[in-house]
Structures are given as C-alpha cells and as structure tokens.
Design a protein around this ligand. Structure first.
Ligand SMILES: Nc1ncnc2c1ncn2[C@@H]1O[C@H](COP(=O)(O)OP(=O)(O)O)[C@@H](O)[C@H]1O
Ligand SMILES: O=C(O)C1=C[C@@H](OP(=O)(O)O)[C@@H](O)[C@H](O)C1
Ligand SMILES: [Mg+2]
Length: 178
C-alpha cells in the first residue's frame, strides 16, 4: 500500500503525512528530505547550483525508489505531478490524495513557514502571492486529474485532515494491502 499526498506548496503534505502514517501503522517519507539527503544540499542550493531540471530528475529518482517500498505514505513535493512519469507511477502505486487549498491559504502558510527559505526557492521570481496564483492555476488540472481523493485543507487541522483521509481510503489500503 502506497498513499501519496500531493498539492501545492503549503497545503500541508509534510504535516499531514506523518499523522496519516501513524494511523496506517506505516512510515511517512518526505520526498524533499530524500532529495536533500541524496544531493547533500538544500533544495535552494540544488536550484541555484544544479538547476531546476536536476531537482526534477532527483525528484523522479526518489519517488520511484519510494514507490518501490510497500507500506508507505509519501509526502510529495508540490511539483511532483509535473512529470507524466511521476503521475503514472504514483497513480499505479495506490491512492493519491490532493490537499486542496485556496491561493490565500497557501500564500499565508508559505509566508508563515520558517522552513520556506531553504525548501521553497522562488519558482518564478515574482512575489509569493502572484507566484502562487499563477503556478497553482497552471497546475490545478494536474492535481485534480492525478488524485483519487480530494480533501479541502483550508479550514481543517492536520490531524482532522489525516482522520478524513484515513476514513476515505479504500478499506484494503487501511488494512495494509494495496
Ligand atoms: N491544516 C493546516 N492548518 C494550518 N496550518 C497548516 C496546516 N497544514 C500545514 N500547515 C502549516 O503550513 C506550513 C506548510 O506546511 P507543510 O506541511 O510544510 O506543507 P507542504 O509540505 O504541503 O508544502 C507549515 O508551517 C505548517 O505548519
Ligand atoms: O512546488 C514545487 O515546485 C516545489 C515544492 C516544494 O515542496 P513542498 O510542496 O513540500 O513545499 C519542493 O519540492 C520544491 O521547492 C519545489
Ligand atoms: Mg512538504
């Protein structure tokens, strides 16, 4: 059973993932942690030194390895759905959960998150509000079409979201089978 959490930066994938994994009795792995560990540098440094294409290559490599593990919740990065190969692999592996949120919520959470600096280099060079609005608009069809479960993250706590996702997973996923 592989459950993958997708959604825009700040929607709460990294916060909800460990809570959901606890309920499922499995581990949660954050793909950004794995990418940084493999590269030996922060995501900001990867973007600056190696470029965004190298970051996306590492992201595909990490996701592929994580999916090969059984019994795992994957907190994906917000751009994981950009590559078709990633979309196909996470869909084939099990339930894909989109944590949907408004531009206002996402911008507020990104700006209020102390880890943003190293983990979330600018994607466009524009202000956070403008970037979220533009990039989210472009990605919305991919989040929607890739997900099998959608939860609204604006008004709920991470624990409430984990509870909702757990209750909506196919029963075989909750039993540790795919
Ligand atoms: N449901 C929520 N309600 C309020 N704040 C949240 C919620 N989920 C996440 N946050 C906060 O938003 C910021 C980004 O969360 P994070 O889990 O890192 O998102 P993602 O991994 O999707 O980018 C963090 O500061 C986190 O504490
Ligand atoms: O949306 C994106 O393109 C990205 C999202 C980030 O992860 P979070 O969604 O966990 O912030 C991280 O993978 C990187 O900065 C790229
Ligand atoms: Mg994250």
């Amino acid at each position: 059973m592989v459950v993958t959490l997708i959604g825009y930066r700040g929607c709460g994938k990294s916060s909800v993932g460990p809570l959901l994994a606890r309920q499922l009795g499995c581990d949660c792995v954050d793909s950004d942690d794995q990418i940084e560990a493999r590269a030996g540098k922060s995501i900001r440094e990867i973007f600056a030194t190696d470029g965004v294409d190298e970051f996306r290559r590492l992201e595909t490599e990490v996701l592929t390895d994580l999916i090969a593990q059984d019994n795992i919740v994957i907190a994906a990065g917000g751009g994981a759905i950009l590559a078709e190969v990633n979309r196909q692999r996470i869909q084939a592996a099990g339930p894909v959960v989109w944590l949907r949120a408004t531009v206002e919520t996402l911008a507020a959470r990104i700006c209020g998150d102390g880890t943003t600096a190293d983990r979330r280099p600018s994607l466009t060079g524009k202000s956070v509000e403008v970037e979220v609005a533009e990039v989210l608009k472009a990605r919305l069809p991919l989040y929607e079409s890739t997900s099998s479960i959608i939860v609204d993250s604006d008004m709920a706590t991470p624990q409430e979201l984990a509870d909702e996702i757990f209750s909506r997973l196919p029963s075989d996923a909750a039993e540790g089978k795919r």
